[in-house]
Design a protein around this ligand. Structure first.
Ligand code: BDR
Ligand code: CA
Length: 331
């Protein structure tokens, strides 16, 4: 059987432990071709995010352009990165790093997204798993971007599941709610992979040990170390994770959706983001179709977002294991 052409992806990310896990899944999966990595502030500063993206790609001998993007949210005041979740270095406080020599692409992340989308119209899928400032800035630079990209898949937001930075908000959206609202109201083919599904898929630390033992490679050792740190945070939050160490693999699910959408059940609706006040960062979905509400902001022509509402968790875990145990690491 003919192998399908891999999907070309720009990965917009704030690595970040689950970002690193998702990156290595993408590099290991034959159906994904990562053509660029654009970084943003979020789990760490944007400088650290770019350093980590360069480091993670160097460890697996992959020369992929890496850019540095936005440092702060568009409107709100930036906060302090959550070093208690991802480590001060974003990779679980590595005790040392092996020397590497790859360098940043000098373009901004937004400019890179625009350049590649213009060069390859209709071919590029944007997978965004951090705050959405790079994408909203790219949209300002090139208003035709929704027509130039094939589709956009974001990890962020939540509809029914409680939030992780407030009772109603998910971290990536809350980190830059104005940028997120601009993304949800632009006319791309947009899919949201949020906490409704990411909180249903627990990746056990034991799996990352198995992957590290199988490959005996600095990249998978690094990932195992990072996931151990991240799992300690989640074990303190959730009883089931204290009994059997593991974590939510949020960002990974955006790539799993890309290659195996049949593992997800979807709902369609227009989404707006609360930009201020106690609900800041909440992703609100209109589930009733157009109604002439007295509240402004829910007009007739809002774009629709496809939202992942349920997931086949064993199916995701089987795909993760099979992909990561495959022969993807150059020696
Ligand atoms: C999201 O926030 C970040 O901490 C993770 O990397 C993920 O993108 C989960 O809410
Ligand atoms: Ca992330």
């Amino acid at each position: 059987m003919k192998t399908p052409t891999p999907r070309k992806v720009i990965y917009d990310t704030d690595p970040g432990v689950d970002d690193a896990m998702a990156l290595y899944f993408a590099l290991a999966h034959p159906g994904i071709d990562v053509v660029g990595i654009t970084t943003t502030f979020g789990n760490v500063s944007v400088e650290q995010a770019a350093t980590n993206a360069l480091y993670l790609t160097a460890l697996v001998n992959r020369e992929i352009p890496v850019t540095r993007g936005v440092k702060t949210p568009w409107v709100k005041t930036g906060g302090v990165p959550p070093d208690f979740i991802h480590g001060a270095d974003g990779l679980g406080n590595l005790s040392s790093r092996v020397p590497t020599t790859n360098h940043l692409d000098p373009r901004s992340s937004a400019q890179f997204i625009v350049d590649i989308a213009r060069e390859q119209p209709g071919d590029i899928t944007l997978v965004a798993v951090g705050p959405l400032g790079n994408l909203s800035l790219a949209l300002k630079l090139e208003p035709e971007l929704p027509k130039l990209l094939r589709e956009v898949i974001i990890m962020g937001g939540t509809i029914d599941e409680p939030g992780n930075v407030s009772p109603v908000a998910e971290a990536n959206i809350w980190n830059d709610p104005h940028a997120a609202d601009a993304v949800f109201t632009a006319p791309w083919k947009l899919t949201m992979v949020g906490l409704d599904v990411t909180h249903r898929v627990v990746t056990e630390l034991a799996l990352f040990k198995k992957i590290a033992d199988h490959h005996r490679h600095v990249a998978t050792d690094t990932l195992h170390h990072a996931v151990a740190f991240y799992s300690t945070f989640y074990s303190g939050l959730h009883k089931h994770l204290a009994l059997n160490p593991g974590c939510f693999a949020h960002d990974l699910l955006a790539f799993i959706y890309l290659v195996k959408p049949e593992l997800f059940q979807m709902e369609s609706g227009s989404i707006r983001v609360a930009t201020d006040g106690i609900a800041q960062g909440q992703t609100m979905m209109n589930r009733r179709g157009y109604i002439d509400y007295p509240q402004a902001g829910w007009g007739q022509h809002l774009p629709m977002t496809e939202v992942c509402m349920q997931v086949d968790a064993p199916g995701c875990l089987a795909l993760l294991e099979e992909t990561m145990l495959s022969d993807w690491l150059a020696t």
